[in-house]
Write a protein that binds this ligand. Structure first.
Ligand SMILES: NC(=O)c1ccc[n+]([C@@H]2O[C@H](COP(=O)([O-])OP(=O)(O)OC[C@H]3O[C@@H](n4cnc5c(N)ncnc54)[C@H](OP(=O)(O)O)[C@@H]3O)[C@@H](O)[C@H]2O)c1
Length: 297
């Protein structure tokens, strides 16, 4: 099996490259820093690359992920997260391969009180969420063999993410104020990669497997709750950490509006894989144990 991984330098893409089973031939692709490069804004380069390598599977972990910046350049976000995904889907439909693609909890408005299912209607509040929804729709239109995996609040020990930002602020500020009225589920990039390969294995056994799935650990918390876990860990390791204060979203204005509640119900994917997902705290723990607080400064 030949697998092209797009976004190979991103949080999820990097873990996908690391965790690829040895039986798979992997071609990592990024905008720069890989032997094969691709800028998704160069729409014609997408079919060119895929028709050169003719992969059995493409995993698209590349995306415009700057949620606030997307408010200022929504067309660019739509080009990368929507139009380019359409070209990917169209080409994979031609080639007859599988497209695995990631989407986001931010396609939802956050007005529900129960975790969102795949059948719940998207109603994005911000430009990033809208652009990712366009990508989902583009895949549905071209309809290659596909698996769309919506995930949320992605972090890892590398990259730009909440875990690393909080670990840095905990050590460099006297007080850190974090919003407590946005509820969702922190999801580690290594977990996403692991589950993706489990699902790919299922697809190899049953090629009729297709569609939209939610992929996060179980449970939920607020950004404040997530920060508190990180701060508690650093404290128990003997580090002097900042005071942590819970605030409301109105006290921390951002360009993009975010859903108040975007927990995803992952039962559909758990049923396919035949196993319940662990709670988010259990997924976080090994990463906290590997975190070198000085590496984030
Ligand atoms: N991060 C989150 O909290 C979150 C939440 C929900 C869903 N997701 C989804 O999960 C997936 C993976 O996210 P992630 O957190 O791993 O993202 P990430 O760390 O921001 O990585 C995104 C990758 O996309 C690449 N990229 C951006 N624009 C590109 C372009 N025009 N052409 C080619 N590559 C481009 C980036 O390359 P450069 O390094 O060159 O910029 C980077 O390698 C995405 O689909 C994202 O929408 C993420």
């Amino acid at each position: 099996m030949r697998l092209v991984i797009l976004g190979a330098t991103g949080q999820v893409g990097w873990q996908l490259v690391r965790q690829a089973p040895p039986s798979i031939e992997v071609i990592p692709v990024a905008r720069q820093g890989t032997a094969v490069t691709l800028d998704l804004e160069d729409l014609d380069a997408i079919p060119q690359l895929l028709k050169t390598f003719r992969p059995d599977v493409v995993i698209n972990a590349a995306a415009y992920t700057a949620v606030d910046q997307a408010e200022q350049e929504p067309e660019r976000a739509q080009r990368i997260n929507g139009t380019a995904v359409g070209r990917l889907a169209e080409t994979m439909a031609d080639l007859g391969g599988l497209l695995i693609h990631y989407s986001t909890d931010y396609v939802f408005a956050g007005t529900q009180s129960l975790p969102y299912r795949e059948t719940d209607p998207p109603a994005p509040l911000n430009a990033y969420g809208y652009s990712k929804w366009l990508g989902e729709q583009a895949i549905a239109i071209h309809n290659p063999a596909h698996l769309i995996l919506r995930t949320s609040w992605v972090y890892d020990l590398r990259g730009k993410n909440f875990l690393r930002t909080m670990a840095r602020l905990a050590q460099t500020r006297p007080l850190v104020r974090v919003v407590a009225d946005q509820i969702g589920t922190p999801t580690a990039a290594p977990f996403i990669a692991r589950v993706t390969y489990q699902l790919l294995e299922r697809w190899q056994a049953d090629r009729s497997l297709s569609g939209l799935y939610h992929l996060t650990p179980r449970g939920s918390t607020s950004w404040y709750g997530f920060a508190a876990k990180i701060f508690d860990h650093l404290r128990t390791q003997g580090w002097a950490v900042a005071a942590l204060e819970a605030i409301s979203s109105s006290e921390y204005p951002t360009l993009a509006q975010r859903p108040a509640f975007s927990t995803l119900n992952c039962q559909k994917l758990e049923a396919v894989l035949g196993t319940p997902f662990p709670p988010w705290e259990v997924v976080l723990e090994p990463l906290l144990n590997q975190l070198d607080p000085q590496s984030v400064l």
